[in-house]
Design a protein around this ligand. Structure first.
Ligand code: SF4
Length: 619
């Protein structure tokens, strides 16, 4: 077996918690492998990287994968040239290794470029520098500390610089982050089609996205000025001592047991979202190793809504304090810990106390306000849900990176309480900036009066974001703008707020997403299931909520499904820009997947409101 090495991603992982390096090196299951949002981000990241590389026409792409030592030797051979640009050069010093996105060597000067798909405002950066400040990655006041959100990326490039200094002693190294610049706009339409995503199949037969290639013309590349190279020499100088020390520590531990890795670890609320906290049925679990018997209690304290903000009785973080008492059950959290800084009980603490109390009693909480809230709803009621996309490299001419594309809405209309809902929907299928059509079609569906019900602030925020964009894209439509203003200011009612403040079901376990709430009610509410059957003509499976029951659809030989917003973004991308974009039949299959998912979100809202009406004696 090849000796373990410390890669830059190992370094990054270990920086977030020392014990994670042990779990990574020893093959513990990692729940991020299954995260569709990260997979979508990875696709965007590969395209940004391909765009950054395309600007270096003479760059040599180095193949890798035959072993780090071989890869390193090939890099060294190429670096023998006086002038050379390498993509994916391998650096290896001791057991520390890094693959460099772009390395440009011109005599004694080497530029090291790390490409990131993170958004950055290039105009603001220049303004800051010209005003004598330190740029957009640093605070505006002296001593111009590095913003926390940039630290991880800057440590990553510092790690590479430290290795390169040892590989090429005596050269002058200039480090740059290549970032997606939101102050620029796309000069072309249909940008994703200018890239080819390359997949590799590994020995176990699984196919993984490996890289992307730019396949557009040089002229199109000129119009694709969407990334900016940012000199980070100063930031690297600020971080180098820390990074060097930490990298040496992690390198020395590569073969050590968990007891060595976990010397300095602090278990805390962060463990709730640890990538090594996997399903309870999976035996090999990093979380279970770290927490031992304190991983077991059910309900667990990490289920407490917003536990990260709570303090123990001695003022230390609550999770820490509980662990010192050798306790981890939600039901063991003392009520006295659930207060605000000044000792009063704020909205959060009230929710937390309610969660514990009603979980202990196994009962449902319904506030005294819920009935009045429902009675105050104006009729008709329109339950709406939007699907949108924000990609690093945008779809349409004139858009900024990560610009908003509102591509789908679903609406269930209920004329008056208890009546069968009727459904309307809209999905963009043409390759144009769709946001105006999105709003106009929505207006036709929901008109000028009646309540507009949502399950988050997202729909209102989306409408607000489209308003200034209409003018920027040349659509002078004051009447439509006035309608949008009215919807946001006077008509939207956020049912999620009610789930937060006016209702609690122990099955929600501190969470309030629509799928969680529907699932918590579905199994115990036979009336809800009957309504579902009557309104949809489908059979209600008592053991699984409708989201879990959505069967996958086979498209081009692959089973596809859409269960969450990221899945919707991916399906839209496939429908509009994927391999099947010119096949009307396949396009319709993608559209069908999108429509049934979005429709279920709005139907779920109707079902939940009906449940609440029954809970308060209105039905
Ligand atoms: S469970 Fe907590 S302590 Fe253990 S690796 Fe994860 S974050 Fe670190």
């Amino acid at each position: 077996m090849a000796p373990r090495t410390l890669s830059k991603s190992d370094f990054k992982l270990a920086r977030s918690c020392d014990a994670k390096l042990f779990f990574r090196e020893n093959g513990y299951p990692d729940n991020r492998d299954m995260n569709p949002y990260l997979a979508l981000l990875a696709e965007g990241g590969y395209m940004v990287e391909a765009l950054a590389k395309a600007k270096y026409a003479d760059g040599v792409q180095l193949e890798y994968g035959r072993g780090v030592a071989d890869d390193y030797q090939r890099t060294i051979d190429k670096l023998g040239r006086d002038h050379v640009t390498l993509f994916e050069a391998t650096l290896l010093v001791g057991r520390q290794q890094a693959r460099v996105d772009i390395l440009e060597k011109k005599g004694n000067i080497v530029r090291l470029l790390e490409v990131k798909s993170k958004s950055f405002d290039g105009a603001e950066h220049i303004l800051s520098l010209s005003a004598g400040r330190a740029g957009a990655l640093r605070a505006v006041k002296k001593p111009f500390k590095i913003f926390a959100k940039w630290e991880e990326m800057l440590e990553d490039i510092t790690f590479q610089v430290l290795l390169l200094e040892k590989v090429l002693p005596g050269v002058i190294i200039k480090p740059f982050l290549v970032l997606v610049d939101t102050s620029k706009t796309a000069g072309l339409d249909n940008i994703p089609s200018l890239f080819e995503l390359v997949r590799r199949t590994s020995a176990d037969g699984t196919s993984r996205l490996a890289t992307a290639r730019y396949i557009g013309s040089p002229e199109q590349l000129t119009a694709l000025d969407l990334v900016t190279e940012v000199d980070v020499s100063e930031e690297v100088a600020m971080l180098r001592d820390d990074v060097e020390e930490a990298a040496a520590k992690f390198e020395s531990r590569l073969d050590e047991p968990l007891s060595v890795h976990s010397v300095d670890i602090e278990r805390g609320s962060k463990c709730g979202s640890c990538e090594f906290k996997v399903g309870e049925d999976i035996e090999k679990s990093g979380f279970k190793e770290c927490w031992g018997p304190l991983a077991e209690p059910k309900p667990h304290m990490l289920e407490l809504f917003s536990i990260g903000k709570c303090k123990g009785l001695d003022g230390s973080p609550l999770v820490d304090w509980m662990l010192r008492q050798q306790k981890a059950s939600l039901l063991d959290i003392p009520e006295d810990c659930l207060v605000t800084k000044d000792g009063s009980i704020g909205a959060n603490a009230e929710r937390q106390r309610r969660q514990i109390e009603y979980t202990r009693r196994g009962e449902v909480f319904v506030s005294t306000d819920l009935r009045g809230n429902i009675e105050a709803l104006g009729e008709p009621m329109y339950f709406i849900d939007f699907e949108t996309s924000r990609l690093a490299l945008p779809y349409h001419h004139g858009m900024r990176p990560y610009g908003l594309v509102a591509f789908q809405w679903s609406c269930h209309k209920v004329a008056s309480h208890g009546q069968q809902p009727t459904h309307a929907e809209w999905l963009n299928k043409t390759d144009v900036w769709p946001n105006r059509l999105f709003v106009e079609s929505l207006r036709e569906a929901i008109g000028d009066s009646g309540s507009v019900l949502t399950w988050s602030h997202f729909e209102g925020t989306t409408i607000k974001q489209i308003m200034p964009e209409l003018l920027r894209f040349g659509h002078d439509v004051p009447n439509l703008q006035a309608w949008m203003t009215d919807v946001v200011a006077n008509r939207i009612v956020d049912l999620h707020d009610w789930a937060l403040h006016d209702y609690y079901n122990p099955g929600m376990r501190g969470r309030t997403g629509i799928k969680v709430v529907l699932d918590a009610l579905w199994k115990s509410d036979a009336v809800m299931r009957k309504q579902f059957e009557a309104w949809t003509g489908m059979v209600a499976d008592e053991s699984r909520d409708p989201y879990a029951s959505l069967p996958p659809v086979e498209i081009s030989g692959v089973l596809q499904d859409v269960h969450e917003g990221t899945g919707a973004m991916r399906a839209y991308q496939e429908m509009m820009y994927g391999a099947d974009k010119h096949d009307p039949e396949k396009k319709e299959m993608w559209a069908g997947l999108l429509q049934r998912y979005c429709e279920l979100d709005t139907l779920s809202m109707v079902l939940i409101l009906e449940h609440w009406r029954r809970s308060v004696g209105l039905a």
